[in-house]
Design a protein around this ligand. Structure first.
Ligand code: PMP
Length: 354
């Protein structure tokens, strides 16, 4: 740390992103990326947009907003685009949390929430998931804090039914409920349809996973226009050009290719089922996932041991060094070839460690 670093950040423990190795080609199942390339239309539009990089991008993202508003059945002033959904989650902490409006989220959920809270000087509470990692919804009813729910949750993959999400939203009318739907396209129910019913709901989604654009950084939020206005105030006060031209163009292309998107989501769900069954056959406990990853622990081998063994054999998964989940690994669902390689390798590791 330099002697110049601000007092307010000196104790900050930053988020640790999953490994992004460059030196070796792993089968990469550690950061929930899609195994499929982006839509060819998205790729073409991004290439075309590269020719105009001397110009700033449209800070209002008008074409992208128009297309996505049509897709989601909302008005153009009910949607905001950001640099990945991490960007909008940070904006939500900035805009809707402070000492009088602390944040609340599950103890086992997206690891960036506590970091955003610390970064923005927001007090927060973590509510433990039940022993089976499901959410204890009653504990979020009428809680009087700004609520963050990842649905499906990460790293568990467990989804909350929309009726339960709605119960939380309706019981907290004086606080914003942020429903982080980064993985919703893989099998959960979206809360977007509720934004006209509740003025305290913000739904965030991303093009990173189901639309194969993690490297482009495109996320968005859907909410009533007043919430979107607040988020735009924060955005215009930090970086109005947070979506670059190529990403914006790729996003438009991705929205023009919904068949490609639906087919890929279907394929992930199919591969998830196959992998879950195979892992259970090998003696793993696998949580029921509606996401593009599964959370699994072996009945005799430890989580870190399996993570290291897989890595040494060229397969990267994500292990979290947190007491409650240290026996587990989060495994991204990839192509069937990647999943077959995973199962075969795990079979060898288990055979060697009988
Ligand atoms: N929410 C959850 C639950 C996530 O796991 C992630 C991915 N790390 C994000 C949001 C952010 O993804 P992105 O910034 O790529 O949209």
């Amino acid at each position: 740390m330099s002697k110049f670093f601000s007092e307010k950040y000196k104790d900050l423990v930053p988020y640790t992103p999953g490994e992004q190795p460059t030196e070796f080609r792993y089968i990469k199942l550690n950061t929930n990326e899609s195994p499929f390339a982006p839509s060819p239309i998205a790729e073409k539009y991004a290439k075309d947009a590269a020719c105009d990089l001397q110009l700033y991008s449209d800070p209002e993202c008008r074409e992208l907003v128009k297309k996505s508003a049509e897709y989601f059945g909302v008005d153009a002033d009910e949607i905001i685009f950001t640099n990945g959904s991490d960007d909008i989650l940070n904006f939500a902490f900035m805009a809707f949390c402070d000492k009088n409006r602390p944040a609340v989220f599950a103890d086992i959920t997206y690891g960036f929430y506590p970091v955003f809270a610390e970064f923005n000087g927001v007090p927060y509470e973590e509510i433990p998931l039940r022993d089976d990692f499901t959410m204890d919804v009653e504990k979020f009813i009428g809680i009087n804090k700004t609520i963050f729910i990842a649905n499906p949750n990460a790293p568990t993959g467990i989804a909350l039914p929309l009726t339960e999400v709605e119960r939380i939203i309706s019981s907290n009318p004086d606080n914003i409920v942020v429903v982080d739907e980064a993985y919703v396209d893989f099998g959960a129910e979206s809360a977007v349809s509720l934004i006209h019913k509740y003025d305290n709901l913000l739904v965030t989604q991303t093009f990173s996973k189901s639309r194969s654009m993690a490297g482009a950084r495109l996320g968005f939020g859907v909410a009533c226009k007043e919430i979107i206005q607040d988020l735009n105030t924060v955005r215009y006060s930090t970086n109005p050009y947070n979506i670059n031209r190529m990403t914006m163009a790729a996003g438009i292309g991705a929205l023009e290719d919904n068949k490609y998107f639906f087919d890929n989501c279907k394929m992930i769900a199919k591969n998830r089922l196959w992998t879950t069954n195979e892992l259970r056959r090998l003696g793993f406990t696998v949580l029921d996932s509606q996401a593009n990853f599964i959370f699994a622990k072996h009945n005799s081998l430890g989580g870190e041991f399996i993570y290291k063994e897989l890595k040494s054999r060229g397969i990267l998964v994500r292990h979290f060094d947190k007491e409650r989940i240290k026996d587990y690994n989060r495994i991204t669902i990839g192509s069937i070839y990647q999943m077959e390689a995973l199962i075969e390798t795990l079979g060898i590791i288990l055979e060697e460690n009988k």
